[in-house]
Design a protein around this ligand. Structure first.
Ligand code: HEC
Length: 141
């Protein structure tokens, strides 16, 4: 995962134009989100995302930082989300610790990531961006 992140391949996805403060209820701090085609093409839809839907969130220390200090990533591994269990979750926090690295069926991926992302789009408080649903809070069009 780290070598793929360092390759910068995700920068050809659909990325937000600027670093921004996290949108509630996010714990991620300053960040910039890139969505792949599977998310971007359906950003304004209502159905579940297709298998292969993925996003990278670059984490920054401040709005003026020039390089990310960490990353959060997810990938939908099946057309059925299974409540988040069929998504792969990864996060390297600023400081270096890996807070998740695995499917949302167990461990921190389940208790932390799915524990919050499962509510995406459920109500106004969990819809920080238009089109948020099925584990995705901010789909970048
Ligand atoms: C308490 C709630 C919460 C927790 C816990 C959480 N997230 Fe998020 N996450 C959010 C919110 C809200 C956003 C959208 C933030 C924004 O637009 O600024 C987000 C955004 C993201 C994004 C960018 C795409 C999107 O859906 O907006 C990724 C990737 C991501 N989170 C991965 C993770 C991973 C991996 C973990 C577990 C280590 C995790 N998140 C834990 C709330 C949470």
């Amino acid at each position: 995962m780290e070598s793929w992140l360092q390759s910068g391949a995700y920068k050809t996805w659909h990325c937000e134009g600027a670093i921004h403060a996290s949108r509630a209820p996010s714990p991620h701090g300053f960040n910039r989100i890139c969505s792949n085609d599977a998310i971007s093409a359906n950003a304004t839809g209502t159905g579940d995302w297709s298998e292969g839907a993925a996003a990278v969130k670059e984490l920054y220390d401040s709005a003026t930082s020039t390089s990310p200090s960490g990353y959060a990533v997810y990938l939908k591994t099946s057309s059925d989300s299974a409540g988040g269990a069929n998504w792969y979750w990864y996060e390297r926090l600023p400081g270096g610790s890996i807070s998740a690295d695995g499917l949302g069926s167990s461990g921190n991926a389940k208790s932390t990531c799915v524990g919050c992302h499962a509510a995406a789009g459920a109500d106004a408080a969990h819809t920080p961006s238009p089109g948020g649903r099925d584990q995705v809070y901010t789909p970048v069009p």
